[in-house]
Design a protein around this ligand. Structure first.
Ligand code: NAI
Length: 274
């Protein structure tokens, strides 16, 4: 499939660590749809990840940026405009990290320095990015910013820990900044609430396999994978969604609207008919 939906568009893609990253699929798809873009990740991820492989496949430059650093973000935005030859049409913010989750700390026994870091990396970074972009005025009119979130922002998933608060804040920033950026520059900002997806960040969550299989059985269409998420991102970057902003958009095969599915019910009542 190739519709050149992003022909002539310039972008920045955050968060491609390896081939399982959602951002990796977005980069491949964006290139396929005609976009040019820069790739970025934290200096440590550049050292241990595989972003250079992706960069050569996409003919993209890699610019390091720790997303908690306003200085790094500023350099990234300025360099991207220079390299790509004009203002930015789309940005993918595909970043999340919590040491409390990685260390599998109980929600009732969190380390607060790690909690603050999780908020900074996973939520506040979107505000820092948008505020810096607005100050520098580097996003085109009707440009599109997409971030990735999880339904753990609205519901309790026991082992999702402090990422629940980070994602709730992230979604709130989408609405608040979406208003202000919309008024000032007609830039749109949305979050995609994605199904559990087998990636480095996903696998860091205690019991992820069970999350994944439960969601698969609950969702009428099954779990959405990274490639399908990338396809959805492309539509949001394209000119076909110009009036969509400040939304949290579920991309989860119907999970978020399902109370209980037959498949799950059958685990408790095997004799039940569909
Ligand atoms: P991933 O581990 O491939 O991507 C996370 C990225 O965040 C990595 O590239 C990592 O280097 C980057 N990152 C961490 N700290 C950073 C920093 N200080 N500066 C710059 N970059 C930093 O995993 P995945 O799953 O592709 O995650 C992407 C997004 O999707 C995250 O926001 C995640 O919460 C979200 N998401 C993932 C789901 C899943 O089940 N995998 C489900 C729903 C949402």
């Amino acid at each position: 499939m190739n519709h050149q939906l992003l022909k002539g568009k310039r972008g920045i893609i955050f968060g491609a660590l390896n081939e399982s990253s959602i951002a990796w699929e977005v980069a491949l798809k964006a290139q396929n749809e005609g976009a040019v873009f820069t790739l970025t990740n934290s200096p440590i991820a550049l050292r241990f990840g595989k972003i250079n492989e992706l960069a050569s496949a996409c003919n993209a430059m890699v610019i390091p940026a720790d997303v908690t650093s306003i200085k790094d973000i500023k350099i990234l935005l300025e360099k991207s405009v220079t390299i790509l030859g004009g203002k930015i049409d789309f940005i993918l913010h595909s970043i999340g990290m919590s040491r409390n989750v990685i260390k599998k700390r109980a929600y009732t026994n969190l380390n607060y320095d790690d909690f603050m870091q999780a908020i900074d990396i996973s939520a506040l970074s979107l505000h820092k990015l948008l505020q810096t972009a607005l100050e520098l005025d580097v996003i085109e009119e009707y440009g599109s910013v997409v971030t990735l979130t999880y339904i753990g922002a609205q519901r309790v998933f026991t082992t999702y820990g402090d990422m629940s608060q980070a994602k709730a804040m992230l979604e709130s920033i989408v609405r608040s900044f979406g208003y202000h950026y919309g008024i000032r520059k007609k830039v749109r900002i949305n979050s995609i609430s994605q199904s559990p997806t087998i990636t480095t960040a996903g696998k860091g969550i205690e019991g992820f396999d069970s999350f994944y299989h439960f969601a698969e059985k609950m969702s009428p269409l099954g779990n959405a994978n990274a490639r399908q998420c990338a396809e959805y991102c492309i539509t949001l970057f394209s000119d076909y969604t110009k009036m969509v902003t400040m939304q949290n958009l579920f991309h989860d095969g119907g999970f978020s609207s399902t109370g209980i599915s037959y498949e799950v019910l059958k685990r408790y009542r095997p004799e039940i008919d569909e």
